[in-house]
Design a protein around this ligand. Sequence first.
Ligand code: OOG
Ligand code: MG
Length: 263
Amino acid sequence: MSLTPEQLEQCVDIVEHGEAERQEIDRLTEQYPNLTMEEAYDIQQRLIARKQEQGQRVLGRKLGLTSRAKQQMMGVHEPTYGTLVDYMLINEGEPVCYSELIHPKAEPEIAFYLKEDLEGPAVTGAQVLAATEYVFPALEIIDSRYRDFKFTLVDVIADNSSSARYVLGGKPSRVTDLDLSLMGMVFYKNGEIVDTAAGAAVLGHPATAVAWLVRKLHERGEKLCKGDVVLSGALTGAIDFRPGDIVQAHFEKLGSVTLTCKE
Ligand code: OOG
Ligand code: MG
């Protein structure tokens, strides 16, 4: 460990301030080039602890950079996770407020809702599916606090993996009899197709991504809990949107989810 507790707290101040003031921040690795992944997750954990002290509840987790499209887009080579709290959830039909965010982007995801805790060093995708009550079509709104949305893997981890908002589609589906890897998805902006994908874009199967998350959490003495929502990672690259835009993802069998945006 190269950073002192004071330096870790100072990093939390920077990220927290960027989000609260909607101001782009410099990459933490410019100040701390040797920042480790472990320290970056420590910063994220301290950031979430502060949000909890302010009354926010943890609603679940999100995976980041699970698809090759996203890894290439961001120039990184492995997934990350982030933590979801109350104010990030947008009910479908409510608009996202653009003025609360810096440079938001939207991306289509499959969300898991857990009926059992999941923990341990060797959890499989099959165990994830067995512990899943429902899956939902989802749109994640990411909003990196870093200037120009540019960061290294450790930077993005410290910034809670760019978490900002998320919308869950209204129709819960049971995973039994669904093949999430073959599930097709069409992504629209203002009625035009911007991208298409299948669930397999997410590490081969979205449940594999959730299993990766459980193993990663285990390394830090943490777990997924009954009632948690897990966003399993974007199936495509993320797209910009502005007030007045309508972003939609239509999933085979799961149905669709819509995001609107106001000033
Ligand atoms: C990091 C978060 C990526 C996903 O689903 O891949 C992410 C970023 O690209 O800013 O949420
Ligand atoms: Mg995402």
